[in-house]
Design a protein around this ligand. Structure first.
Ligand SMILES: [Zn+2]
Length: 102
Protein backbone atom coordinates (compact mmCIF):
# COMPACT_ATOMS: atom_id res chain seq x y z
CA UNK A 1 0.00 0.00 0.00
CA UNK A 2 1.40 3.33 -1.00
CA UNK A 3 0.42 5.06 2.24
CA UNK A 4 2.37 2.52 4.28
CA UNK A 5 5.74 3.49 2.77
CA UNK A 6 7.90 5.09 5.43
CA UNK A 7 10.16 8.05 4.78
CA UNK A 8 13.13 6.02 6.02
CA UNK A 9 12.51 3.56 3.18
CA UNK A 10 12.36 6.36 0.63
CA UNK A 11 15.59 7.82 2.02
CA UNK A 12 17.33 4.47 1.61
CA UNK A 13 16.46 4.20 -2.10
CA UNK A 14 19.52 4.60 -4.28
CA UNK A 15 19.36 7.28 -6.94
CA UNK A 16 22.41 8.86 -8.51
CA UNK A 17 23.02 11.79 -10.81
CA UNK A 18 24.89 10.41 -13.81
CA UNK A 19 26.05 13.96 -14.55
CA UNK A 20 27.98 14.01 -11.28
CA UNK A 21 29.99 10.97 -12.38
CA UNK A 22 30.71 12.61 -15.76
CA UNK A 23 31.76 15.84 -14.03
CA UNK A 24 34.11 13.85 -11.76
CA UNK A 25 35.58 12.06 -14.79
CA UNK A 26 36.31 15.32 -16.63
CA UNK A 27 37.38 17.41 -13.64
CA UNK A 28 41.08 16.76 -14.16
CA UNK A 29 40.92 17.78 -17.81
CA UNK A 30 40.02 21.42 -17.16
CA UNK A 31 42.29 22.20 -14.20
CA UNK A 32 45.47 22.54 -16.35
CA UNK A 33 43.72 25.43 -18.13
CA UNK A 34 43.83 27.30 -14.81
CA UNK A 35 47.42 26.85 -13.62
CA UNK A 36 47.03 29.37 -10.78
CA UNK A 37 43.69 28.07 -9.51
CA UNK A 38 43.38 27.13 -5.85
CA UNK A 39 42.91 23.40 -5.39
CA UNK A 40 41.79 23.39 -1.76
CA UNK A 41 38.77 21.20 -0.96
CA UNK A 42 36.50 24.25 -0.70
CA UNK A 43 37.37 25.60 -4.13
CA UNK A 44 37.20 22.19 -5.83
CA UNK A 45 33.80 21.54 -4.23
CA UNK A 46 32.64 24.99 -5.38
CA UNK A 47 33.72 24.25 -8.96
CA UNK A 48 31.87 20.93 -8.89
CA UNK A 49 28.71 22.50 -7.42
CA UNK A 50 28.69 25.42 -9.86
CA UNK A 51 29.26 23.09 -12.82
CA UNK A 52 26.50 20.72 -11.73
CA UNK A 53 24.07 23.63 -11.29
CA UNK A 54 24.70 24.57 -14.92
CA UNK A 55 23.93 21.06 -16.16
CA UNK A 56 20.59 19.30 -16.42
CA UNK A 57 20.70 16.45 -13.90
CA UNK A 58 20.22 12.89 -15.13
CA UNK A 59 19.15 10.80 -12.20
CA UNK A 60 19.01 7.04 -12.43
CA UNK A 61 17.77 4.52 -9.91
CA UNK A 62 20.56 2.04 -9.52
CA UNK A 63 23.61 0.88 -7.67
CA UNK A 64 27.02 2.37 -8.31
CA UNK A 65 28.04 -0.20 -10.92
CA UNK A 66 25.28 0.61 -13.34
CA UNK A 67 25.65 4.34 -12.69
CA UNK A 68 29.17 4.08 -14.10
CA UNK A 69 27.85 2.09 -17.03
CA UNK A 70 25.28 4.80 -17.75
CA UNK A 71 27.92 7.48 -17.30
CA UNK A 72 30.11 5.82 -19.91
CA UNK A 73 27.23 5.87 -22.40
CA UNK A 74 25.92 9.36 -21.68
CA UNK A 75 29.40 10.73 -21.01
CA UNK A 76 30.07 10.70 -24.74
CA UNK A 77 26.89 12.67 -25.42
CA UNK A 78 27.37 15.25 -22.69
CA UNK A 79 31.15 15.56 -22.58
CA UNK A 80 31.17 18.88 -24.46
CA UNK A 81 28.47 20.33 -22.18
CA UNK A 82 30.26 19.06 -19.07
CA UNK A 83 33.63 20.47 -20.19
CA UNK A 84 32.00 23.84 -20.93
CA UNK A 85 30.22 23.90 -17.56
CA UNK A 86 33.41 22.91 -15.72
CA UNK A 87 35.43 25.58 -17.53
CA UNK A 88 32.85 28.27 -16.72
CA UNK A 89 32.65 27.07 -13.11
CA UNK A 90 36.44 27.04 -12.69
CA UNK A 91 36.60 30.55 -14.15
CA UNK A 92 33.97 31.78 -11.65
CA UNK A 93 35.70 30.18 -8.65
CA UNK A 94 39.13 31.27 -9.88
CA UNK A 95 38.00 34.91 -9.97
CA UNK A 96 35.97 34.73 -6.77
CA UNK A 97 37.23 32.01 -4.40
CA UNK A 98 35.07 31.36 -1.32
CA UNK A 99 37.71 29.72 0.86
CA UNK A 100 38.78 31.46 4.04
CA UNK A 101 42.20 33.02 3.72
CA UNK A 102 44.52 32.45 6.66
ZN1 LIG B 1 40.68 27.52 -2.19
Amino acid sequence: MAESIKISKVQSLKVSNVMEVIVDDNFGAILPKFPDICTCDQCLADIKAVALNKLTPHYVASDKGSVYERANLTGMLYKIDVLRALTEAADIVYKNPHHSQG
